[in-house]
Design a protein around this ligand. Structure first.
Ligand SMILES: Nc1ncnc2c1ncn2[C@@H]1O[C@H](COP(=O)(O)OP(=O)(O)OP(=O)(O)O)[C@@H](O)[C@H]1O
Ligand SMILES: [Mg+2]
Ligand SMILES: [Zn+2]
Length: 270
């Protein structure tokens, strides 16, 4: 194998430009036999004199895999604590509570991550509030932060989960895989536990996830538009009761849907 510096010289590529692009989802080998990483020639390891170290492309791949396993969508990767804007939560005298609520929720999200570093067992979080109030943002920011810390996280969007469960109704082993993972993953995010079409069967599946996690004291982060009364109505009293028992609850409120605020900023109208 050529020395790394020779490779760099001959290809005149920085380690950055030699990566495979992030959108590729296939395995490390290239279908047409071409090497993708010109630095390590797809070996994943770079030899430098007597020492060997993992190539940067493996790091990219690792991160990529991590996100894929965690099921965090591309858009949500951008949700980070330090980009969480408080000015979307109006702080006019009459709206004091919007900003205060957001500050408390952000603080709780950050301390959740800190607690995860000390113990893998603890209370989860429930973010409630109207459409476009930053619930998913906070849940995703937590997941992103935990992934940076190499914690095992699974981010499930509830309506998609329900679809997947229905698709495997009474049949597949896949259903068990997904359910098992949702039950036992150290940190689970259930995004948008809302007013969907639950059947008795999907309600049961949800119950089994929540109940298992409560018993094992595995924290779950939930976002929902529903009030607790509505939650009882949609997913049942027993599941809701367990969510309350195992969560700290924060309500995010806004004077105006943040999606609309972003739109108006973009279009220059305020
Ligand atoms: N505090 C914030 N700072 C920056 N961007 C934000 C903030 N809160 C929300 N956003 C952005 O606003 C949009 C809507 O936020 P989000 O998806 O978190 O709302 P939501 O409360 O989950 O709404 P829904 O009930 O419809 O699911 C997203 O694009 C998100 O990135
Ligand atoms: Mg949401
Ligand atoms: Zn490489």
């Amino acid at each position: 194998m050529k020395h790394i510096n020779d490779i760099l010289k001959t290809n005149a590529l920085s380690s950055k430009t030699a990566y495979i692009n992030l959108s590729s989802t296939d395995d490390h080998s290239s279908p047409n036999g071409m090497v993708k990483c010109l630095i390590c020639e797809d070996r994943g390891i770079v030899l430098d004199g007597d020492s060997a170290y993992p190539c940067n492309c493996m790091q990219t791949k690792k991160i990529e895999n991590q996100f894929r396993h965690a099921r965090i969508s591309r858009e949500l990767i951008n949700c980070q604590f330090d980009k969480f804007r408080l000015d979307y939560y109006s702080s006019e005298i009459t709206d004091q509570t919007h900003r205060e609520g957001a500050i408390k929720a952000l603080k709780a999200a950050k301390s959740f991550v800190e607690n995860c570093l000390n113990s893998s067992h603890g209370l989860g979080l429930l973010f409630t509030g109207p459409v476009g109030s930053g619930k998913t943002y906070l849940a995703a920011a937590i997941a992103n932060e935990l992934m940076k810390l190499e914690k095992k996280v699974l981010f499930l969007v509830v309506p998609d989960l329900l679809d997947e469960l229905r698709a495997t109704y009474k049949s597949d082993v896949n259903e068990l895989d997904l359910l098992d993972t949702a039950r036992s993953i150290p940190i689970l995010v259930l995004d948008d536990l809302g007013a969907h079409n639950y059947t008795d069967w999907t309600r049961n599946r949800l119950y089994s996830i929540i109940n298992y996690r409560l018993n094992e004291q595995l924290p779950t982060i939930i976002t929902s538009n529903l009030s607790l009364d509505e939650m009882e109505e949609y997913i049942g009293v027993r599941t809701t009761s367990r969510i309350i028992q195992s969560s700290r609850i924060f309500r995010l409120t806004v004077q105006k849907d943040i999606r609309l605020q972003i739109y108006q900023e973009r279009e220059g109208k305020n």
